[in-house]
Design a protein around this ligand. Sequence first.
Ligand SMILES: C[S@@+](CC[C@H](N)C(=O)[O-])C[C@H]1O[C@@H](n2cnc3c(N)ncnc32)[C@H](O)[C@@H]1O
Length: 295
Amino acid sequence: MKYCHEEYSTSSCGDCNHYNTCPGECQGNCKKCLEEVHFPAKYPLGKKDYDCERMLDFYVCDYTVKYTSEMLYLMRESEALKQIDNYHVISIGCGGCPDLMAFERYCHEDENGKSVNYIGIDVNKKWMNIHKVIKEYKTTTLRKAQFVYMDAVSEEYSEISQANVIVLQYVISHFYNTKQIEKISTFFDKLIQKIVAHKQKGKPFVVLINDVNSNNRGRDYFQLIIDKLHNEGFHGISKRFYFDYRIQNDFQRYGTRHQSTDILYNIPDELDIYQPWTKCSSAQLLIEVWEDDNV
Ligand SMILES: C[S@@+](CC[C@H](N)C(=O)[O-])C[C@H]1O[C@@H](n2cnc3c(N)ncnc32)[C@H](O)[C@@H]1O
């Protein structure tokens, strides 16, 4: 976040590529650009994707604390995560890796010297400069972060071999927004085939899904992955959670309500310019795969 803040505050939108509304009036309003990316139905002529590095810097400063906090709330609910000492995480559509920050903090909350190895897969190479900084950050807890740039929906990937955790954070909604949702079923099939091939017997495997709490932005596809895991003979448990943030209808009461919506980090004053999110608001699915029929 420090890096992104420095990059953002020392750059300008001189070469803004936001054709529809920016020229002449953009003046660095990345908040507006991000709103357009996140709500394409509201802005049919708006920006469609994360195609601007300055906007990514802004995104990290605006959303990271919220997303990291949401992930941490979810991780604290998992029994299976407690049983794993070395997390091998695959994060699909990893972006600026708020889940990695959550894992670091989670490991420090436990006194048993847990560690994380992380592979982030993202189709967008514009994250590369931010990923370079993340790769340099190594501690005894955060052993290694690697990144693969590919389309995880359409292409084959082999990076999953050692994984015991898969994260899908704000990526299903993005698939929805970018019309990749038609391929979600085959994407899940592929993911599950990897789990079938690589799950270590007797060790739990965890899937963490954190995303927008709206039925219209992909939330109902979460269940599909559970159904598919069952069809493959996996047993385990799944739990749903939501934050009680501006709930407008009962469908948003997705499973168990988290006790609080408060973010779990202090945001430095210098980040005020981004008007960062200070409340958690997502819907979440925790899947713990404990054993399969073949054990
Ligand atoms: C809303 S962002 C979420 C980023 C990050 N997970 C987070 O929680 O902040 C969605 C990310 O998914 C990536 N993405 C979209 N389609 C993808 C695909 N087919 N394969 C891999 N990554 C994809 C985008 O490039 C973007 O970085």
